[in-house]
Design a protein around this ligand. Structure first.
Ligand code: 3PG
Length: 395
């Protein structure tokens, strides 16, 4: 159910779960993407004459009132992004929250203190969910990026009040469905990152769904090793070789073509502007050399695969993009994807913390068809797992 299904909102209090778990430095928000993501829902509810009470978590205070994890520190930034005043209540339940909400004007916005200051939040304690429910008339979940958590404010509350997906949540689910649920085929996936072990379920799910899957980053080393390639001193999970072979066999059985690096950029140590060599992956890696990026032939093959595809789903960088020159493959591939997405040739969807940072680094984050605001939730969705916060909205 979305906000289109919510009627007669005038004078009602909407409890809106947002994700304001934003990066901060010295008390300042360094990336306001998640604040901006909440604006359409807040605005729509205000326009409908509702009172808007925002519920959110920040960091992991584990049921304790930790002052450095107060959500009060995002209020000024939120006012700026929203272009309207935002009040703050020092608790998210109880008499203080209740009075603040009673006093809130129609169309007013209030941010309630960190829900994780109460142990009942992460335990999904029904009593805590009921305390939250007392404060509002309807519940709106606009926090896709927290939807993998079955917590009181993301799951329990949806069962106690009329519950709706907010605008950001709706957009996110629609985009993700287009990429993996009912995609325009052929579909290409790019999965990178350091470790196979953290993305096992994801790889297993994807090989059953994609036409092609390019594996990059440190995890590609494990696959090369599993195929008997001498990867020298490269980072790899050598004990995962059997698992890597199983994934390759499953991909073959399911008709998913796997693209592994053909050539790689190696160096004897990982530091900026170190001397590098570009070599064929299967032939020439020295014992003391580490694979730190994919090479140009690999990027060329990847760009060709993109051109053959109608949908691209991307999670994880192809090399150690934080340390130039090992950002080259990720940047070139990202620019190629952006170019195809700009012309409408492919639907390009990306997500996950590192991936978004890599796309920012390549200067193309706004050119992708859709970039998810989620980290863990995006991964669990790619693994094919039901997300409790989304499921509760369907019930
Ligand atoms: C995130 O930042 O990915 C979400 O807000 C979830 O945060 P958590 O991992 O602390 O539950």
């Amino acid at each position: 159910r979305t906000l289109d299904d919510a009627r007669d909102l005038g004078g009602k209090t909407a409890l809106v779960r947002v994700d304001f778990n934003v990066p901060m430095e010295d008390g300042r928000v360094t990336d306001d993407t998640r604040l901006r993501a909440a604006v359409p829902t807040i605005q729509r509810l205000r326009d409908a004459g509702a009172k808007v009470a925002l519920l959110a978590h920040f960091d992991r205070p584990k049921g304790q009132r930790v002052p450095s994890m107060s959500l009060e520190q995002v209020v000024d930034e939120l006012c700026e992004v929203l272009g309207a005043p935002v009040q703050f209540a020092p608790d998210c339940v109880g008499p203080e929250a209740k009075t603040a909400l009673d006093d809130l004007a129609i169309g007013g916005v209030i941010l309630l203190e960190n829900v994780r200051f109460h142990a009942g939040e992460e335990k999904n304690d029904p009593a805590f969910a009921a305390q939250l429910a007392e404060l509002g008339d309807i519940y709106v979940n606009d926090a896709f990026s927290a939807a993998h958590r079955a917590h009181a404010s993301t799951e329990g509350l949806a069962r106690l009040l009329p519950a709706y997906a907010g605008e950001s949540m709706r957009r996110e689910l629609e985009a993700l469905d287009k990429a993996l649920g009912t995609p325009v085929k052929p579909v290409l996936g790019i999965v990178g990152g350091a470790k196979v072990s953290t993305k096992l379920d994801l790889l297993k799910n994807l090989v059953g769904k994609l036409d092609r899957l390019a594996i990059g980053g440190g995890m590609a080393n494990t696959f090369l090793f599993a195929q008997g390639v001498d990867i020298g001193g490269s980072l790899a999970e050598r004990d995962m070789a059997d698992t890597a072979r199983e994934i390759l066999a499953e991909a073959e059985a399911k008709g998913c073509e796997i693209l592994l690096p053909r050539d790689v950029v190696v160096a004897t140590e990982l530091k900026p502007d170190v001397e590098t060599r570009t070599v064929l992956a299967r032939e020439e890696i020295g014992d003391d050399e580490k694979i730190l990026d994919a090479g140009p032939l690999t990027v060329e093959a990847l760009v060709k695969a993109m051109a053959l595809s109608r949908t691209l789903i991307w999670n994880g960088p192809l090399g150690v993009f934080e340390v130039p020159p090992f950002d080259a493959a990720t940047v070139k591939a990202a620019q190629a994807a952006a170019q195809l997405a700009r012309t409408g040739a492919i639907i390009a969807v990306a997500g996950g913390g590192d991936t978004v940072a890599a796309l920012h680094h390549a200067g193309v984050v706004d050119d992708m068809t859709f970039v998810s605001t989620a980290g863990g939730a995006f991964l669990e969705w790619m693994e094919g797992k039901p997300l409790p916060g989304v499921e509760a909205l369907r019930a």
